[in-house]
Design a protein around this ligand. Sequence first.
Ligand SMILES: CC(C)(COP(=O)(O)OP(=O)(O)OC[C@H]1O[C@@H](n2cnc3c(N)ncnc32)[C@H](O)[C@@H]1OP(=O)(O)O)[C@@H](O)C(=O)NCCC(=O)NCCS
Length: 201
Amino acid sequence: MILIGYSGHAYVAYGICKANNIDVLGYCDGAEKSQNPFKLLYLGTETNNIERLKNGFFIAVGSNQTRQKIAQTLLVNQLTASTIIHPSAVIDATATISKNGVMIAANATINPLVTIEEGVICNTNCSIDHECVIGAYAHIAPGAVLCGNVHVGQGSFIGANAVIKQGVTIGKNVTVGAGAVVLNNVPDNSIVWGNPAKIQA
Ligand SMILES: CC(C)(COP(=O)(O)OP(=O)(O)OC[C@H]1O[C@@H](n2cnc3c(N)ncnc32)[C@H](O)[C@@H]1OP(=O)(O)O)[C@@H](O)C(=O)NCCC(=O)NCCS
């Protein structure tokens, strides 16, 4: 496995690889990082490593927009990222998890009939309840709770420990602040926080 990106989010991805006994050959990034906590080999940019990436890679970038952009660039070369799942995650057999670039971190719970689209991050200890649909390249941050049948649009970010009430639809490219309690649908491209959550921008 090769990691693309090597910052805090990549450290979590590296931990998931190690927990699955997956060898990490090194990392690709725009430049070599000054911090290298896991002593990984710097391989250069991803576009200079197309042949190597054919053996498996993961886009370990927290920014939804950047992660999607890198994925689109690599798709031109018929390359799609692996999905990585921490062994402690609890995933119901009826959930559908894309095989393309999804990360499911430690202690995440994915309940029946959930759909997780490509490039999604289900971060540590998040809880995604029955029939939720998480759109491509969204990020469900640590501890967030999505009650049943919540829809999260493409590229949206649900902050740490936020709670989304059952049946709510979060639009595309939305930011939900940490700790927010979202009781109503949220339109595309908005930022909400607070309890009850209000549109801030
Ligand atoms: C919502 C968020 C993106 C806003 O960031 P920002 O635009 O930089 O906002 P600021 O820090 O400038 O704060 C602006 C104001 O909103 C308030 N505010 C910001 N986020 C808030 C939140 N989540 N809940 C309640 N109030 C919040 C601040 O207290 C501040 O109030 P003030 O003007 O009275 O001082 C950010 O605060 C946040 O919650 N990010 C999520 C963090 C997270 O979950 N990380 C997990 C990573 S895996």
